[in-house]
Design a protein around this ligand. Structure first.
Ligand code: HEM
Length: 413
């Protein structure tokens, strides 16, 4: 990532800062220093991205809320000037059919209604006992296995992967294949060809499963999508693309939150004790919101484009200008969250924007919340002596994806 930025910034010889900005290795949880300075000094400013374009960067919590709900702010990634995350994403966007992640209202509202049922609070609460069992079984296996254990492969990745596979109706046995392809499809380190090939492989995989569900439906989301294809409400390509989006978003994100949240708590034992010693669902829920705020794993900004001129904060965003919302900056905006660098599980962090804001706010947020509530409230209670097995400065972070993560988290007890 640093290389991409160095090249882009060098070529343009511009005072505009490159984006995304590298983090300080000494405090990897903190949003980059430049982003935090911009939040205070220049909350609506320009940045330079990989293709040499200079979209706006919006950093303040309040400005993000205003713009992310403004109908003149579009997510139509086919518009020229859209600030794509990478060259690979730009290539894939050209051929992606209409989807909840690239359409505005009213089309977005229509498409989102087709897929939101499994993610309502009620449906997700029904899954809580199954998520608890998955978590307990994985912790049993970890305790029975060798020490140290890697929390990423023992718990972080399998919990959300098992849950989303079950919910969608994707065979869990294929997890290595789809995790590998998702990582390539989203990585800043992949070439455009690699990203496109990974996306095609995932689409083919989901398309094959949809074919099976059309003839032999089951009680899962892909079967619901298959029924919509049969009813003529969706094309098969749209349904497969939707399946890919849910599969990727549904496992990569919680998989990164579980080990990262654990690391934060191991470094803040007084806060870990809050979670370990409570029986109150409200306390656990508040803790999860604070960890979501503090970590803000979606670290490369959510992307939009202006469809008309917009005046805000003394600036004019012109029609056709790209806009990037740095969610970490908003979640560390001291005007909304005083002392943002302090992890305080007792704070009211509900207004965080780790799931985005506005019509495209995360479809899977209720599911992610329950997964994190179950895992965090079970792990430290069942293994009260859990600790890092290597010095913290030897841990390796992965910043090349849409959500940042730990490559591994060796723990012992
Ligand atoms: C900790 C976990 C998660 C985080 C931090 C997260 C974060 C986000 C963010 C920031 C967005 C907004 C993107 C934008 O505005 O452009 C988003 C959208 C989305 N998320 Fe999540 N997500 C998580 C878990 C999940 C899960 C478990 C699913 C599974 C279904 C999911 C599915 C989606 C989908 C489909 C969208 C697109 C919604 C739309 O455009 O209408 N996410 N997520």
């Amino acid at each position: 990532m640093a290389d991409i930025l160095a090249t882009a910034a060098g070529e343009a010889a511009s005072p505009v800062p490159g984006y995304p900005m590298p983090r300080d290795n000494r405090c990897p949880f903190h949003p980059p220093e430049t982003v935090r300075r911009l939040t205070v000094e220049e909350p609506i400013s320009k940045v330079l991205i990989w293709d040499g374009s200079t979209p706006w960067l919006i950093t303040r919590h309040a400005d993000q809320r205003t713009l992310l709900t403004d109908p003149r702010v579009s997510i139509d990634e086919k518009r020229p000037g859209f600030p794509h995350m990478t060259r690979g994403r730009a290539e894939v966007a050209r051929v992606t059919p209409p989807l909840i992640t690239n359409t505005d209202a009213p089309e977005h509202t229509r498409l989102r209604r087709m897929v939101n049922l499994p993610f309502t609070v009620k449906k997700v609460e029904d899954l809580r006992p199954a998520i608890q069992k998955i978590t307990d079984d994985l912790i049993d296996a970890m305790l029975a296995g060798p020490k140290p254990a890697d929390l990423v492969t023992a718990l972080g990745l399998p919990v959300p992967t098992l849950v989303i596979s079950e919910l969608l109706g994707v065979p869990y046995e294929d997890n290595e294949f789809f995790h590998h392809q998702s990582t390539i499809a989203l990585s800043h380190n992949s070439s455009a060809e690699e990203a496109a090939a990974a996306s095609t492989a995932l689409l083919g995989f989901l398309d094959g499963l949809l074919g099976q569900k059309m003839t032999a439906p089951a009680d899962d989301m892909l079967s619901q999508l298959a029924a919509r294809i049969k009813a003529g409400e969706m094309t098969r390509e749209e349904a497969a693309t939707m399946g890919v989006a849910v599969l990727i978003a549904g496992h990569e994100t919680s998989a990164s939150m579980i080990p990262l949240g654990t690391l934060v708590l191991l470094q803040n034992p007084d806060q870990l004790a809050v979670l370990r010693d409570t029986d109150e669902a409200k306390v656990v829920a508040a803790a999860v919101e604070e960890l979501l705020r503090y970590l803000t794993i979606v670290h490369t900004g959510v992307r939009r484009i202006a469809s008309a001129d917009i005046e805000i904060g003394g600036q004019v965003i012109r029609a056709g200008d790209g806009i990037i919302f740095d969610l970490g900056a908003a979640n560390w905006d001291a005007e909304t969250f005083p002392e943002p660098g302090r992890v305080d599980l007792g704070r009211n962090a509900r207004r965080h924007q780790a799931f985005g804001y506005g019509p495209h706010q995360c479809l899977g947020q209720n599911l992610a919340r329950v997964e994190l509530q179950v895992v965090y409230s079970t792990l430290y209670r069942r293994i009260p002596t859990l600790r890092l097995a290597i010095p913290v400065d030897e841990l390796e972070f992965a910043f090349e994806g849409i959500a940042y993560s730990l490559r591994s988290l060796p723990v012992t007890w």
